[in-house]
Design a protein around this ligand. Structure first.
Ligand SMILES: C[S@@+](CC[C@H](N)C(=O)[O-])C[C@H]1O[C@@H](n2cnc3c(N)ncnc32)[C@H](O)[C@@H]1O
Length: 269
């Protein structure tokens, strides 16, 4: 078996080799962690593997548990996991991550190049909308939106404002699905071409529109809604049905409803 693991078996590596493998893994982690994206736990790793992320290092302090999870929930990644997972002691893994995930797996992935992401977002023949989050504040909301975008096969998610859409909390909230869609930060002036539908409770009912595949679906910040800059760029101001006396929906929930409306009549593979 050609597993790159530091754990021994009946005729496995010597104790010295195990220690060397752990030392190498820790050195690689420390060298690369700052420039990479942290995949925190089994599910983030599973999605990153499925969507072709470049993953230089996978560490676990519960190798058997990782294989059991893969066998039960994602047999398609078992081979990749076996080939990549390096077993390290729990106390070592805890020094490398802010908080060890209950699945006791952590991995590093290379963030896709900005130029590749921008090319995907600006592709002239887009077959699914780009979601624009205008100055979002909440990292968990941003992660949930990226997960939704991945699930619906959206072209990508763009954020404006100060939130980093590749922040480790966002990646955790998205369960590693950043690699299934294009995720970038842009200014409003840099948004890709295409009809822009700004979601706002004061807009016209979204059900009276068919959302085109090359649309930009824009959502305002949790606190103040759509910014004046984005409002000025919008082609349509559209609302989600909501009874009177309710002020607004949660941001991620709104994205889910708008993507669901777009998806009517689309096939999913
Ligand atoms: C929590 S809401 C923002 C509420 C904010 N106080 C406001 O004035 O709009 C976050 C975003 O979700 C979207 N949203 C929430 N409820 C909506 C609705 N009923 N119709 C359309 N968009 C909605 C909008 O894009 C909104 O900017």
């Amino acid at each position: 078996m050609s597993e790159s693991t530091a754990e021994g078996s009946t005729h496995g590596p010597s104790e010295e080799a195990v220690t060397d493998a752990v030392t190498d893994a820790v050195r690689t982690w420390r060298t690369r962690a700052d420039a990479c994206v942290l995949l925190d736990g089994f599910h983030a790793l599973k999605h990153a593997l499925r969507f072709g992320a470049e993953i230089p290092l996978v560490l676990t302090s519960d190798r058997q548990g990782a294989f059991d999870l893969a066998a039960e929930l994602a047999p398609d990644v078992t081979g990749e996991l076996a080939a990549r997972a390096v077993a390290v002691p729990d106390e070592v893994l805890r020094t490398l991550v802010p908080r060890l995930h209950p699945t006791r797996i952590a991995a590093l992935a290379v963030r896709p190049s900005r130029s590749a992401q921008l090319a995907a977002l600006a592709a002239p023949s887009r077959t699914a909308p780009v979601v624009v989050l205008d100055q979002p504040r909440n990292l968990g909301n941003a992660g949930a939106v990226i997960r939704l975008a991945a699930g619906f096969g959206a072209t990508g998610v763009v954020t404006t404002g100060t939130l980093d859409p590749w922040h480790s909390t966002v990646v955790r909230g998205a369960a590693g699905l950043h690699f299934a869609t294009a995720v970038e930060h842009l200014d409003v002036a840099e948004l890709p071409a295409g009809p822009l539908f700004a979601l706002d409770p004061e807009g016209k009912d979204i059900r009276s529109y068919e959302i085109p595949d090359d649309a930009l679906l824009a959502f305002g910040s949790e606190r103040s809604g759509i910014s004046p800059e984005l409002r000025a760029r919008a082609d349509h101001l559209v609302s989600l049905p909501m009874r009177s006396q309710v002020s607004s929906y949660n941001l991620a929930t709104s994205v889910g409803m708008a993507l669901f409306h777009w998806s009517a009549g689309h096939e999913f593979s």
